[in-house]
Design a protein around this ligand. Structure first.
Ligand code: DGL
Length: 266
C-alpha cells in the first residue's frame, strides 16, 4: 500500500519533495485539489467535505496512510480522525501538519511567543491556539492571515509574493516572537525571504523541514502501519484541474519536471 499526500493545490509538492528525499523507497501518490483551490476562503464545513472526499479518494487508490500536508485542510483533521475514519476505514491513518509544527516550536526551540502565518480560514479557526494550549498553556500565539500569498505562488508570481510578504510580516516583527510557523504548504517556497525579514533570532519553522522527520518517527513507532507499505519507489502526481501554467509551477515547487495527471473526485 502507498503513502498519500494531500494538498488543496500544488504547494504541497514542496513537502512531498522533502518527504521523498528522506524516505525514497516508499510508493507515493500526491493529490492536489486544484479545482477547488483556494481552501483558505472556504467555510469549515466546506473544508471538511473537500478534505473527506480527497482522503476517501486516496484510500480508494490504496493508500494506507494520508498526510494532509495542507494547513487549511488540517483544520478538518480531528473530525476526519474521530468521525470519518472509525466508520469507514478504521485501519487507515490520516496525519496533519498543525500539531507537529507546534511541537517543534515548543520542544525544540522552547518558544513561549510563537507566531503563525496562514490562510484566512486557518487563522480565523484559531486551531493553532487551541492545539498549543494542549501542548503548553504558558506559551502565547500570534496569528496572522496572509491570504494573498497562495494565489501569487500558484501563479508563479514570486516577486509579487515577496513584496506582499514584506508588508504582511511587519506587525509580527514588532511582537518579539521567538518562533514563526509557516502554517501553509505554499509558504516554504518563501522561507529564505521570511528568515531574512525576521532576522536570525526568530526560528522559522517550515513544514518541509519538519514533516519528513515526523513521518519517519511515526513509521518507526507504528510498525503495524509501516509493514503494510510497499517499497517500489513509485510516485504519482494527481490534480483535479490542469491549467496551462501548472507544469511550470509544479516544476518550481517540486524542483524538477513532473507529470501531472488529471483525476475526478466525487
Ligand atoms: N494549501 C493551503 C494551506 O496549506 C493553502 C491554499 C488554499 O487556500 O487552498 O493552508
Amino acid at each position: 500500500m502507498k503513502i498519500g499526500i494531500f494538498d488543496s493545490g500544488l504547494g504541497g509538492l514542496i513537502i512531498t519533495r522533502s518527504i521523498i528525499a528522506k524516505l525514497p523507497k516508499y510508493d507515493y501518490i500526491y493529490l492536489g485539489d486544484t479545482k477547488n483551490l483556494p481552501y483558505g476562503s472556504k467555510t469549515p464545513r466546506q473544508i471538511f467535505e473537500f478534505t473527506k472526499i480527497a482522503v476517501d479518494f486516496l484510500f480508494e487508490q490504496d493508500c494506507q496512510l494520508v498526510i494532509v500536508a495542507c494547513g487549511t485542510a488540517s483544520l478538518a483533521l480531528r473530525q476526519i480522525q474521530n468521525e470519518y475514519l472509525p466508520n469507514n476505514y478504521p485501519d487507515r491513518r490520516v496525519l496533519g501538519v498543525i500539531v507537529p509544527t507546534l511541537e517543534v516550536a515548543d520542544k525544540n526551540y522552547r518558544a513561549k511567543r510563537i507566531g503563525v502565518i496562514g490562510t484566512s480560514a486557518t487563522i480565523n479557526s484559531h486551531k493553532y491556539r487551541q492545539e498549543l494550549t494542549k501542548i503548553d498553556k504558558t506559551a502565547k500565539i500570534y496569528e496572522l492571515a496572509t491570504p494573498k500569498l497562495v494565489e501569487l505562488i500558484e501563479q508563479n508570481a514570486l516577486p509579487k509574493a515577496k513584496n506582499a510578504l514584506k508588508l504582511y510580516l511587519k506587525p509580527l516583527q514588532e511582537q518579539g516572537i521567538e518562533a514563526l510557523i509557516l502554517g501553509c504548504t505554499h509558504y516554504p517556497i518563501l522561507k529564505r525571504e521570511v528568515r531574512g525579514l525576521m532576522g536570525g533570532k526568530v526560528a522559522v519553522i517550515s513544514p518541509d523541514e519538519i514533516i519528513p522527520d515526523k513521518l519517519a518517527g511515526y513509521l518507526k513507532r507504528h510498525k503495524e502501519i509501516n509493514k503494510t507499505l510497499s517499497r517500489g519507489g513509485k510516485k504519482e502526481f494527481l490534480v483535479t484541474k490542469i491549467n496551462p501554467g501548472f507544469k511550470a509551477v509544479a516544476k518550481r515547487l517540486f524542483g524538477k519536471k513532473i507529470g501531472l495527471r488529471l483525476v475526478r473526485l466525487k
